[in-house]
Design a protein around this ligand. Structure first.
Ligand code: HEM
Length: 145
């Protein structure tokens, strides 16, 4: 039996990746067109941040509720020899926590920037880095298969 949190985590993944992509594209357009950083730009970046944080909480609940978590007590560090368990129990959670930390740093750095272009640049850089890390560690086979 899969964890009860898996369907929510699975659907929120589409939302989080989609909104993050919109925020990155919006920030890159803002940098290149030297636009004013308007309330709409702040809202898009904030919604992406909030959804990532919700996904982080759901991910943590899923981690400890997933039947795969029991493998830690059965196999211990031998988990690292199993590529599927290593991805789901180590690589995916650790990388995604780092990605969400980077996105959060980008959000706080944009607030300290005075210029419109500086604000867009901080969002574009840190959100893009976060998005690349997230995309690199999605268990695609399990998610879409
Ligand atoms: C924005 C961040 C994240 C995204 C986009 C994401 C996305 C995904 C996706 C698409 C799956 C496969 C779902 C399925 O099979 O239907 C998955 C599985 C999983 N995720 Fe995440 N995740 C994120 C963050 C996290 C975090 C922070 C943790 C833990 C701290 C976590 C723990 C897990 C676990 C344990 C599984 C496998 C559960 C199982 O198969 O029983 N995820 N994630």
């Amino acid at each position: 039996m899969d964890s009860k949190f898996l369907p929510l985590h699975s659907i929120l993944a589409y939302v989080a990746l989609g909104v993050l992509l919109i925020a990155v594209i919006n920030a890159i357009i803002g940098v290149t067109s030297k636009s004013l950083f308007k309330p709409k730009d702040r809202s898009i970046s904030l919604v992406a941040l909030i959804i990532c944080h919700v996904q982080l909480v759901v991910g943590l609940l899923l981690y400890f509720d997933s039947p795969k978590f029991e493998q830690w007590s059965l196999l211990g560090m031998k988990i690292m020899k199993n590529s599927e368990l290593r991805q789901l129990l180590v690589e995916h959670p650790v990388t995604n926590i780092i990605a969400i930390v980077l996105i959060t740093i980008g959000w706080s750095k944009h607030k300290r920037e005075e210029s419109n272009n500086g604000k867009f640049k901080k969002i574009a850089l840190f959100y893009l880095l976060g998005l690349v890390l997230l995309l690199a560690m999605i268990p695609y086979k399990q998610w879409l298969g």
